[in-house]
Design a binder for this molecule. Structure first.
Ligand code: PAF
Length: 283
């Protein structure tokens, strides 16, 4: 597995393979890899048909707000590279900030509307940072297909829209949430949780399950579904709810009564750790 730190090296690695007709699969990450990331790397080959798989590890400063966890975001370069190797990556792009944002960098990509609600409301500018870095990474890697986890449901919707709007020749593929055996959605940020917070964070997946159970009995009122999830999350004394919202699964527009697929998405803080999770409720 090649470890590449500059743009020319990535292009020199990918170019000949593309010209030889290989399909290039790409998994962008911020590192501190868990099974969710590794399942994307494996799926790039086994499901998305990539002959070459490249991952990137870059903690992108532009998607963190001034009071967020950029400086303390967990990092483990050696462990991550070993995991990428085991997951079958052919190369890892590990750029320093100066390569991604050299002196004089002036461009930001903003996707309208989809970035307004949910995480966009509490993390202003976050998706601009995500879109900008992902568009740059697509341009650097020259991938045919890129895989993202569905835990960041809004991120996936925003990136699909960006890719369409900018006519980027990349197929964006979502992959199901990977959970711990007890239901907690895997996240690099889970490492921040104390034992107490970790135990109480199980109310997130249980809250989603309660809403799914209501949906299965025919409940279609968004406020009732939200209340079903909230009632469970509220049993955790440490839970500080940012949002629990039912939104249209395609355009994230507001919903009163679900007539088509919706997503129930939530963001909840436990201490200084903000966790997100979601479930798609299909008609
Ligand atoms: O989902 C993430 O880890 C990041 O937002 C991404 C897509 C790698 C961009 O920095």
């Amino acid at each position: 597995m090649e470890v590449l730190t500059d743009i020319a090296a990535v292009r020199a690695f990918v170019g000949p393979r593309r010209r030889a007709g290989e399909r290039v699969g790409f998994v962008p990450t911020m590192g501190f890899l868990h099974d969710g990331h590794l399942s994307l790397m494996r799926a790039a080959r086994s499901e998305a048909g990539a002959g070459v798989v490249i991952a990137s590890i870059f903690v992108n400063p532009t998607q963190f707000g001034p009071n967020e966890d950029f400086t303390r975001y967990p990092r483990d370069e050696a462990g991550d590279l070993a995991k990428c190797r085991d997951a079958g990556c052919d190369a890892v792009f590990l750029p320093p900030v100066s390569v991604m944002y050299p002196e004089g960098h002036r461009t930001t990509i903003h996707v309208d509307a989809l970035t307004g609600p949910l995480c966009g409301a509490s993390r202003p500018g976050h998706f601009d940072g995500v879109c900008t870095v992902v568009a740059k990474l697509f341009g650097i890697v020259g991938c045919d297909v890129a895989l993202f986890g569905e835990k960041d449901y809004q991120q996936l919707a925003v990136l699909r829209q960006m890719t369409r709007d900018l006519d980027l020749p990349v197929e964006v593929v979502g992959h199901p949430i990977v959970r711990e055996p007890d239901g907690l959605a895997m996240s690099s940020r889970n490492v921040y949780l104390s034992a107490d917070e970790r135990a109480q964070a199980l109310t997130l997946s249980r809250g989603l399950a309660a809403a799914r159970a209501a949906w299965a009995t025919g409940e279609r009122h968004a406020r009732v579904l939200e209340a079903a999830a909230l009632a469970v999350v509220r049993t955790a004394p440490l839970a500080d709810v940012d949002y629990i919202e039912v939104r249209d699964a395609r355009d994230l527009g507001p919903v009163d009564t679900a007539a088509r697929d919706v997503v129930l998405a939530l963001a909840v803080r436990f201490g200084r750790t903000r966790l997100i999770d979601n479930t798609v409720l299909r008609v």
